[in-house]
Design a binder for this molecule. Structure first.
Ligand code: COA
Ligand code: MG
Length: 294
């Protein structure tokens, strides 16, 4: 699965922001038709997104388009407007049931079939941002093989449960943790909440590191200044990589000698610690910091 350390939203009706986003080197660019676009600008967003996808180079960034919610009445025309431009994936907001995921996947399958694009080539990412979405995570994560990732939307979720957002984010901790747990059980990526204060990169970095420690694969972002701190937070440091390489190497030797547990620098290393080291190396590989496995 591709690396999605940072997923940048860009209002789909703003061509200046779109061309700026395309050149940032961010893992994923998400061209928005939903809440970042005013009701009377939805048609303009559809047109601009089609134009951008067919005429702009995005380098190695993933090209995503976010449609309006299934059931909003806008979702079908959103898809019809942008799918002919062959985005890499579609993001669906406010998903609450497995059925909504399958509906979207079927629309994409029909398009792929019609254009003779490979089955499943347009990926699907869903946003869970209501109480109902969180209690229905078991059916959402297992709904369709096209699904790559589940995004947690904290602002909408907090509104839905009547919570007030705080810097500490303890009011959304259960839901964040649930998204990580259910996605992990199905081999999907979890993508963490937006940090809205885009003039405070220090606190952003702290929240991103906390998300990485909780098991998130990446984080949604809203401003160019958030790309570097977030992508860094989800990339293992040189020190972590060196440490992981050492543990994996030592463990191979100890396994051969018939020892499952051993000590490194005064700390016990056994199977879960070796697995954690292997995950660090996988993240480093996905971020291009060490060469891919042969
Ligand atoms: N993508 C690409 N470029 C962006 C951007 C984004 N999300 N946000 C800001 N920029 C650009 C601006 O256009 C500006 O470019 P310029 O220097 O060429 O004029 C530059 O980055 C600096 O922006 P700044 O002046 O600091 O911010 P702003 O006042 O223009 O915009 C927001 C602030 C919050 C409106 C803007 O960041 C934004 O629209 N973010 C996305 C919001 C969104 O999509 N929300 C829905 C999903 S949660
Ligand atoms: Mg939302």
């Amino acid at each position: 699965m591709r690396s999605r350390r940072a997923l940048l939203y860009v209002p789909g009706d703003d061509p200046n922001k779109i061309s700026k986003a395309a050149a940032l080197g961010v893992d994923s660019v998400c061209l928005d038709m939903e809440d970042g676009v005013a009701i009377n600008r939805k048609a303009e967003a559809r047109n601009q997104i089609f134009l951008a996808l067919t005429s702009l180079g995005f380098g190695s960034s993933e090209r995503l388009a976010r449609i309006n919610a299934v059931g909003s009445g806008l979702e079908r025309d959103d898809l019809l407007a942008v799918l002919p431009a062959r985005p890499d994936g579609i993001v669906i907001p406010k998903v609450e049931t497995g059925e909504q995921v399958r509906w979207a996947s079927q629309q994409l399958a029909a398009f792929e079939h019609e254009h003779r694009w490979p089955d499943g080539s347009i990926r699907l990412i869903v946003q869970t941002e209501t109480a109902r979405a969180i209690i229905n995570l078991p059916q959402i994560v297992s709904a369709d093989p096209r699904l790559d990732a589940v995004i947690f939307g904290a602002e909408d979720f907090a509104n839905d449960i009547g919570a007030i957002r705080t810097r500490e984010a303890w009011e959304v901790f259960y839901a964040r943790s649930a998204v990580v747990t259910y996605t992990a059980a199905h081999g999907l990526q979890a993508i963490d909440m937006v940090f809205v204060d885009y003039k405070d990169p220090g606190s952003l970095k702290q929240e991103a590191i906390q998300g990485a420690k909780m098991g998130f694969a990446g984080k949604q972002i809203i401003h160019p200044s958030q790309v570097a701190p977030v992508q860094e937070a989800f990339t293992p440091s040189d020190e972590a990589i060196a440490n992981a390489l050492r543990i994996v190497e030592l463990s191979a030797g100890f396994q051969e000698a018939g020892k499952g547990a051993f000590g490194v620098d005064g700390k016990m290393v056994d199977a879960p610690v070796v697995k954690a080291a292997e995950r660090v190396l996988a993240r480093a590989r996905a971020a291009g910091k060490i060469p891919p496995l042969q």
